[in-house]
Write a protein that binds this ligand. Structure first.
Ligand SMILES: *Cc1c(COP(=O)(O)O)cnc(C)c1O
Length: 381
């Protein structure tokens, strides 16, 4: 089945009791049993809920995986992945990482004795230097947030296999429409469903997709044992959002391309980070592993002045200044003070995340209006 057909049909079937074409919101905490242990597969909604089951199957299908597992947030999903490990275990992670993930790793899990190495993943071979007998997993995000670096997933998968490590990929920025890490050799795909999958800025949710049955059952155990599960109403909203994922992503990509080129020729703009440019350092890898280049763009201003940056952001009207990304409406963010404020300034600047960097999540509005909005705001400096 092709992607657009899966987005609409995978995991969902008309409700057998009524024929309702939409999966009902099973707003129930418990399920009646005929006799102790004699039930219809559902006992308690932390463990299983039919609306969540439909969504988990849909997500698995979109990532070409066997098992989808949903959580109450993206960080809830990552939390369960790290709980697969023991004190003393080591994880190699990208250094250009979502701020909340960095905070979870360093402020929570380091206290429980798990060790993280934050390194550049430009060259998979150079990573061997970080492998010890306690290394268990590689954690990758691509495209990275907010610098739009691309990590070679096939290269990372062969590195991980060689050293007998799990490879986990945060696929939030690409969405399953643009990139399917399991097909490239990853073991775990993670999504902040909050972003493109939900797509309408109305739900916070996370998900994991895996192929391996044993890994899936360990993660399902943690999902139930730790309890960060989403409610049925949120699962319904995401199922609804997914039905237009392919249409939205097509437009996000078209608009993203137009805006990236528009910014690049703008006299007030210093640098534009977008993997679709032929001179992006990893353009060829992006072309190989992604179907298109997405709607996430970062750029800096000439002079690199924080005051100019603030002025531009205050004068954008269609791009709302807000955290998050991936919704139908365009957003702009200031990583240094918002999403990445929990990363020390020296660490941020090492990867190019300077104070004048603005991150755009290009929405699906009419692109002419978006360009006009940017142009008006840039005229103010
Ligand atoms: C938002 C985000 C997360 C965290 O997800 P939540 O749903 O906010 O918990 C993780 N990784 C990336 C790349 C994100 O953008």
């Amino acid at each position: 089945m092709k992607f657009g057909t899966k987005a609409i049909h995978a995991g969902v079937a008309p409700d057998p009791s009524t024929g309702a074409i939409m999966t009902p919101i099973f707003q129930t905490s418990t399920y009646v049993q005929k006799s102790p242990g004699d039930h219809l597969g559902y006992e308690y909604s932390r463990t299983h809920n039919p609306t969540r089951t439909a969504l988990q199957q849909s997500l698995a299908a979109l990532e070409n995986g066997r098992h989808g597992i949903c959580f109450s947030s993206g960080l809830g999903a990552i939390d369960s992945v790290i709980k697969l490990f023991q004190p003393g275990d080591e994880i190699i992670s990208t250094n250009d990482l979502y701020g909340g993930t960095y905070r979870l790793f360093t402020k929570v899990f380091e206290r429980y004795g798990i060790k993280f190495h934050f390194v550049s993943m430009a060259d998979p071979e150079a990573l061997s230097a970080w492998v010890t007998p306690r290394t268990k997993m590689v954690w990758v995000e691509t495209p990275t947030n907010p610098m739009m670096n691309i990590i070679d997933l096939k290269g990372m998968a062969s590195f991980a296999k060689k050293h007998n490590l799990l490879l986990a990929v945060d696929n939030t920025f690409a969405s399953p429409y643009l990139q399917n890490p399991l097909d490239l050799g990853a073991d775990i795909v993670m999504h902040s469903v909050t972003k493109y999958l939900g797509g309408h800025s109305d739900v916070v949710m996370g998900a994991l997709v895996v192929n391996d049955d044993d890994l899936a059952s360990r993660l399902v155990f943690l999902q139930n044992a730790c309890g960060a599960t989403p409610g049925p109403q949120d699962c319904f909203l995401v199922l609804r959002g997914i039905k237009t994922l392919h249409l939205r992503m097509e437009r996000h990509c078209q608009n993203g391309k137009a805006i990236a080129h528009f910014l690049r020729q703008h006299p007030k703009v210093a640098q534009v980070y977008w993997p679709g440019f032929e001179d992006h350092p990893n353009h060829l890898v992006a072309k190989e592993q992604m179907r298109d280049f997405g709607g996430m763009i970062s750029f800096t201003l000439k002079g690199n002045r924080l005051s100019d940056t603030k002025k531009v952001m205050e004068n954008l009207h269609l791009f709302s200044l807000a955290e998050s990304l991936g919704g139908v409406e365009s957003l702009c963010g200031h990583p240094a003070s918002m999403t990445h404020a929990s990363i020390p300034k020296e660490e941020r600047e090492k990867v190019g995340l300077v104070d004048s960097l603005i991150r755009l999540s290009v929405g699906v509005e009419d692109v002419q209006d978006l360009m006009l909005d940017l142009d008006e705001a840039l005229k103010k400096i």
